[in-house]
Ligand binder design. Structure first.
Ligand code: SF4
Length: 147
């Protein structure tokens, strides 16, 4: 999945354009950022820019909220149980010290301690963050790990 589409991760859209393209109000996008559901690209000017992946994620979050009845805390928990170590194929040694492996409190990109592989990866371009690019939901992805 990684490197399959560099363009889809390129941060090109402003907040207002992202709101228009996703159909999600600006204040909701800001809330999703605050809650760690979206990781925008932060420019030096402190303005956020968004990619196509971010827009897909926003739509997915909106579906979870409005169609599946989850709240923000539920979505954070869902993201926190994604088996990132299996997606990244982290070694047993890397897992030892990775908070994302041992805790289900936060999405992996908020982990305070990460394995070497993740320390050197931009989460915005990681397969875990990009899961929405190739799978309509988390379960359809899990089926690829556990047929
Ligand atoms: S690089 Fe970031 S998003 Fe990917 S598994 Fe590591 S912490 Fe999670």
């Amino acid at each position: 999945m990684e490197n399959s589409s560099v363009e889809s991760t390129t941060p090109v859209y402003t907040l207002s354009t992202t709101s228009t393209l996703s159909g999600i109000p600006v204040h909701s996008i800001r809330q999703y950022i605050d809650k760690g559901l979206i990781i925008p690209f932060r420019k030096e000017s402190n303005r956020n820019l968004f990619s196509q992946i971010d827009i897909l994620r926003l739509k997915y979050i909106n579906n979870l909220l409005n169609e599946d009845g989850l709240n923000i805390a539920g979505i954070r928990k869902l993201l926190a149980i994604i088996p990132c170590w299996a997606i990244r194929e982290c070694s047993a040694k890397e897992r030892e010290t990775c908070q994302a492996y041992h805790s289900d409190a936060n999405p992996c990109w908020e982990a305070s301690e990460k394995g070497t592989l993740c320390k050197n990866t931009n989460c915005r371009e990681c397969d875990v963050y990009r899961i929405v690019e190739n799978y309509p939901n988390v379960k359809s992805f899990l089926k690829t790990l556990i047929p």
